[in-house]
Write a protein that binds this ligand. Structure first.
Ligand SMILES: [Fe+2]
Length: 388
């Protein structure tokens, strides 16, 4: 980067508490925020795994009054957010504890916003639309993927047209992220694989895009290295706490990095791929499209892609630049194959007739504008056809 380049890095207002067993600090963290009546927002998976009960026991043990909404669904939706907000208001909640993967954490941020703002969450899609400060959110991730515990985005489904949309802005940062690797130990292999590829997508798309600056770049590159070291072990031997620790650290670092940069074509495509009747899980959409997007982009940023290859453990020093950069795409493809990510979008429901509407929606994304290579709607269709 030349010395006349200026850049912006968004400060993170979220207090991050990271470590094995850090979940135990939840009551203390809530009390330090002045919160006495939280609503726990989570899903049935967390209920079945015993994680919801663990959090409820901690709150009860500290003598706190709380209520629980445990009906969050995949990618939730405006109905879920409305129901949980009604429950929160009826109870008089002064804070939200979000527990789970991206859907539960994104829902908890939306609920916190709707406790203090009028209307519905659909009135606040886009960036910086909230008028009132939400109640504080304590986010407890149980997957290493979205980084939602440290980002200012809440992604959800518009129930009217089944389109995935997002509300964002500095008021949507959680107050506290409680990142406890032990809480990710029981995530099943397929979900570990998909969410891990999402974290890799955040790190790679952030690192190579036009908005990246040295601070995000350092975080993103370290995240790529950690994912290369730990994702296979986390999937193949989920009880390995070192692998879970490394993956949670990676997803948190990538989440911080991307707040200031946005992402790229894989994330532009993943929003419509997760919409309509398709509903392709976000991590799978990213895992399948990322190597293809990297192939499309790599010539626009050789050096960055060479660094990605190196961070993933590829020997590139003696290779011509083009070949060295291509090694990053091959490494991501191989990683996906090793952890059981399906190879084709056709395997997860995409059909030829979906390509036109998905590309037409994806091209509107803000992530297209920062992608390192200019892309047209035709380019997006080509990538989708290659992935079909
Ligand atoms: Fe993502």
């Amino acid at each position: 980067m030349s010395t006349d380049a200026s850049f912006r890095f968004l400060p993170l207002p979220t207090e991050i508490h990271f470590g094995c067993g850090i979940l135990g600090a939840l009551p203390e963290r809530l009390q330090s925020l002045g919160c006495r009546r939280p609503i726990l927002v989570t899903d049935q998976g967390m209920r079945a795994a015993g994680a919801a009960e663990k959090v409820e026991r901690l709150l009860a043990g500290a003598g706190m009054s709380f209520t629980t909404y445990d009906e969050v669904t995949a990618d939730s939706g405006t109905g879920v957010i409305g129901d949980a907000t009604a429950r929160a208001k009826e109870f008089g909640a002064d804070s939200v504890v979000g527990l789970g993967g991206g859907s539960s954490l994104d829902s908890s941020k939306a609920v916190a916003a709707m406790i203090t703002n009028p209307g519905t969450i659909l009135d606040y899609t886009g960036i910086d639309k909230l008028r009132q400060k939400p109640v504080p959110v304590v986010a407890i991730p149980t997957a290493s993927g979205t980084g939602s515990e440290v980002t200012y985005w809440s992604v959800f489904l518009d129930d009217r047209n089944k389109l995935k949309v997002a509300a964002g802005g500095v008021l949507l940062f959680p107050a506290v992220a409680l990142c406890d690797p032990e809480m990710t130990l029981t995530l099943p292999p397929a979900a570990t694989a998909a969410t891990g590829m999402d974290a890799l997508g955040h790190a790679v798309e952030c690192y190579v895009n036009d908005a990246c600056q040295p601070i995000s770049a350092a975080l993103a590159l370290k995240a790529i290295e950690l994912i290369g070291l730990h994702l296979r072990s986390a999937v193949l031997n989920g009880r390995r706490i070192d692998a879970r620790y490394g993956m949670l650290l990676a997803s948190t670092m990538a989440g911080i990095a991307m707040n200031s940069t946005r992402l790229g074509l894989a994330h532009a495509l993943a929003m419509p791929l997760g919409s309509y009747e398709l509903r392709i899980p976000h991590g799978l959409a990213i895992g399948i499209t990322l190597p293809l997007v990297m192939k499309f982009n790599h010539a626009a940023r050789f050096q960055r892609y060479i660094e990605v290859a190196r961070a993933l453990g590829e020997s590139v020093d003696r290779l011509p630049a083009a070949e060295a950069a291509m090694r990053s795409c091959v490494a991501v493809e191989r990683l996906g194959r090793d952890i059981g990510i399906p190879e084709r979008l056709g395997d997860v429901g995409l059909r030829e007739e979906h390509i036109e509407p998905v590309a037409a929606e994806a091209i509107k994304s803000g992530n297209v504008a920062v992608n390192p290579r200019r892309a047209t709607v035709e380019d997006l269709k080509t990538i989708l056809r290659e992935a079909l």
